[in-house]
Design a protein around this ligand. Structure first.
Ligand code: SME
Length: 154
């Protein structure tokens, strides 16, 4: 097992321990963003946007103040929510429509939160480094998101 695998296994265990006995979605978003912000290196913003009536609305996060509302389909987060696909962007400045909440962000990983086949939110992780996130990061964060999705009762 690589160091990266071990790191994400540990992070997955910590996520399960944090949220398994709690069903409140906002509380769990808050603790997951705090955990990821603390443990991931070179990360300047971690948080959730909830999909409410065709708009992404800022949810629990760690980092600098951010844009509150993002239209579906706009920027990296809006594209993730409208397409339901992971957006792993090596250089956000080359992403058409990128919304620069924090000018120091250079790369970004955005994962859709899907419950009963519908995107209900996205998890956005920003980095000051270019190409900060590789496929292993994507898989590691996705396994954490899966635990979160399974915990949500609708
Ligand atoms: N950069 C994002 C906006 C959200 S913030 O970075 C917190 C985007 O283009 O969707």
């Amino acid at each position: 097992m690589s160091n990266q695998d071990e790191f994400y296994q540990e992070l997955l265990g910590q996520t399960k321990a944090l949220i398994s006995d709690e069903s409140d979605i906002i509380a769990n978003m808050a603790n997951i963003s705090a955990l990821l912000f603390e443990r991931l290196t070179e990360v300047n913003w971690v948080g959730f946007y909830r999909l409410i009536e065709d708009e992404l609305v800022l949810g629990p996060f760690q980092g600098k103040v951010a844009c509150i509302r993002i239209p579906l389909g706009r920027g990296v987060c809006g594209t993730c929510a409208s397409s339901g696909t992971v957006q792993r962007i090596a250089n956000v400045h080359q992403f058409d429509g990128h919304i620069a909440c924090d000018a120091s962000s250079n790369s970004e990983l955005v994962i859709p939160i899907t419950v009963a086949g519908r995107v209900i939110a996205v998890l956005d992780i920003d980095s000051t480094a270019f190409s900060r996130f590789d496929l292993q990061d994507e898989k590691g964060i996705m396994s954490i998101v899966q635990v979160f999705e399974q915990n949500i009762s609708v």
